[in-house]
Design a protein around this ligand. Sequence first.
Ligand SMILES: NC(=O)c1ccc[n+]([C@@H]2O[C@H](COP(=O)([O-])OP(=O)(O)OC[C@H]3O[C@@H](n4cnc5c(N)ncnc54)[C@H](OP(=O)(O)O)[C@@H]3O)[C@@H](O)[C@H]2O)c1
Length: 253
Amino acid sequence: MGKLDGTVALVTGASSGIGEATALHLAEHGARVALAARRTDRLEALVKRIASAGGTAHAIEADVTARDQAKRAVDETVATFGRLDTLVNNAGVMLLGPIVDADPTEWERMLAINVNGLMYCTNAALPHLLKAAESEPRRVADIVNVSSVAGRVARTFSGAYNATKFAVGAFSESLRQEVTKRHVRVSLVEPGAVETELGSHNKPEVREVLSQRFGQMERLQSPEIADAIAYIVTRERHVAVNEILIRPTEQEA
Ligand SMILES: NC(=O)c1ccc[n+]([C@@H]2O[C@H](COP(=O)([O-])OP(=O)(O)OC[C@H]3O[C@@H](n4cnc5c(N)ncnc54)[C@H](OP(=O)(O)O)[C@@H]3O)[C@@H](O)[C@H]2O)c1
């Protein structure tokens, strides 16, 4: 018996990295998993991988920066699997660089995905999560928001990314206070450096800085963050893990 048997999860940004690993972990615990992102070929491959391991998954093409697509991702999850118990707001982008002479288009893109997308998905999911929290099998529901060490500590050259992840922290804590008595748990996961595609969308000069900072370090792997997320959502009904900050051992700040 899996701890998430009978439940349904929606993972945004499930086409790579932390989201992909999280979908696999939640499926291993027995959840049926809806996978949302823009790259459907990767989502379809993950559906097959989960099915071949005995799980159930469904791919949903969605750009979470569009409010209607975020809502459709939630609606399609509920239409396909009948309910929604767990939302993992993982989709995100990290574009680093100085604030002086920055291209605000990059800021807009980060705000649109990391903040608006997360808020749209949350907004659409909440009625279903509140309903799931009143029903069997668990009588509790979860929102896990993937923030970052950058949501706790601001650094030079990551100001705009910091701003988006600090926003995620504020939104999460306010929502936690609002819905916790109704047994919807809101948790924040704050990874340090994880080996994923995240840095690859940056300009070459930023990628160079990143590889100097993290190149020699043994970084975290996505399944290690997925494990933390699975830990959060498999706790007993009365246990709310509000926050997990998880760095590679060699990462100082
Ligand atoms: N890697 C790290 O070191 C690290 C550290 C701290 C926090 N994080 C956070 O972890 C989360 C996942 O990142 P990752 O490291 O796993 O990077 P990743 O491999 O680049 O994954 C990012 C995911 O977000 C999805 N995504 C991007 N834009 C989207 C959009 N508009 N609509 C829907 N999905 C979108 C991508 O899918 P498509 O491109 O297919 O849409 C992809 O699945 C992010 O929130 C990131 O800030 C990562």
